[in-house]
Design a binder for this molecule. Structure first.
Ligand SMILES: NC(=O)c1ccc[n+]([C@@H]2O[C@H](COP(=O)([O-])OP(=O)(O)OC[C@H]3O[C@@H](n4cnc5c(N)ncnc54)[C@H](OP(=O)(O)O)[C@@H]3O)[C@@H](O)[C@H]2O)c1
Length: 222
């Protein structure tokens, strides 16, 4: 590994007042148009957007940029077993503008790797464990020219980044609903920290509100 410089990571999400990023049935329709515009603006300012396999399977997003002129960026998907459908929008939609990288583990089936590579998807293998090793991945991405990443969830991927203290900045839009439900995905899932003092602390850098939405910006405390 060439050094351990890593990309700057901005976690972005829209959540309900009670911290859910989708309903118990996986309905993700939280943002209004104003919020989407803000998110797409943020997308123009990064080298890559990253999501977990769960978000691809549930929402099949294009992860593109609307509303603004832009140069494109990498779409990075974390999928330990290469099990997202080959016809997913991140594979088929405008790959010439938004090249897709799927990050998997060293245990990923070779035939699956070849299948995705035949669709011009770049495969990176990071770690030998059950899930992608995100700490190991960061310098690999940095040396590919990815200096800024927009981390767009979902809750399980967010936890891996928070657990490893890899989130530098947070941008949360709070939408005016209470979705409830222990099975509705929260902003950060995973096992969680035992003590507050163990968790990364952030400094509030901006608060704004519009159309019944509140946007919070935080930066990591140095
Ligand atoms: N409101 C918002 O802003 C927003 C944004 C994004 C998503 N969402 C919602 O979030 C939900 C999906 O969230 P989710 O938590 O179920 O899925 P997720 O975080 O998108 O993806 C998690 C999956 O990614 C794979 N993965 C690979 N390496 C990983 C690692 N190191 N750490 C964590 N995951 C890793 C795992 O599957 P394998 O082990 O099989 O690889 C894991 O199950 C959807 O309902 C979506 O609509 C909402």
């Amino acid at each position: 590994m060439k050094g351990n410089k890593r990309p700057y990571v901005i976690l972005s999400a829209a959540m309900t007042i009670d911290g859910k990023i989708a309903t118990k049935n996986g309905d993700p329709d939280i943002s209004d148009e104003g919020d989407w515009k803000a998110v797409h603006k943020l997308r123009t300012e990064v080298d890559a957007i990253m999501v977990g396999k769960g978000s691809i399977i549930l929402d099949n997003p294009k992860l593109h940029i609307k509303f603004y002129e832009h140069k494109g960026y990498f779409r990075i998907i974390l999928d330990s077993t290469l099990s997202i459908p080959i016809e997913s929008n991140v594979v088929t939609f405008k790959p010439e503008i938004y090249p897709t990288i799927i990050v998997t583990t060293e245990n990923a089936p070779i035939e699956k790797i070849k299948e995705f590579e035949s669709k011009n998807i770049e495969i990176i293998q990071s770690g030998k464990g059950r899930r992608v090793d995100v700490v190991n991945l960061m310098p690999i991405l940095y040396h590919k020219g990815v200096k800024r990443i927009l981390l767009e969830g979902g809750g399980n991927l967010n936890w891996s980044f928070i657990k490893n203290n890899l989130v530098d900045e947070i941008r949360i839009a709070i939408a005016p609903w209470m979705a409830g439900g222990k099975d509705a995905v929260s902003l950060v899932e995973g096992e969680g920290f035992a003590k507050m003092i163990e968790s990364p602390r952030y400094l509030l850098s901006n608060v704004s509100s519009r159309n019944n939405y509140v946007t919070l910006n935080y930066k990591k405390e140095e």
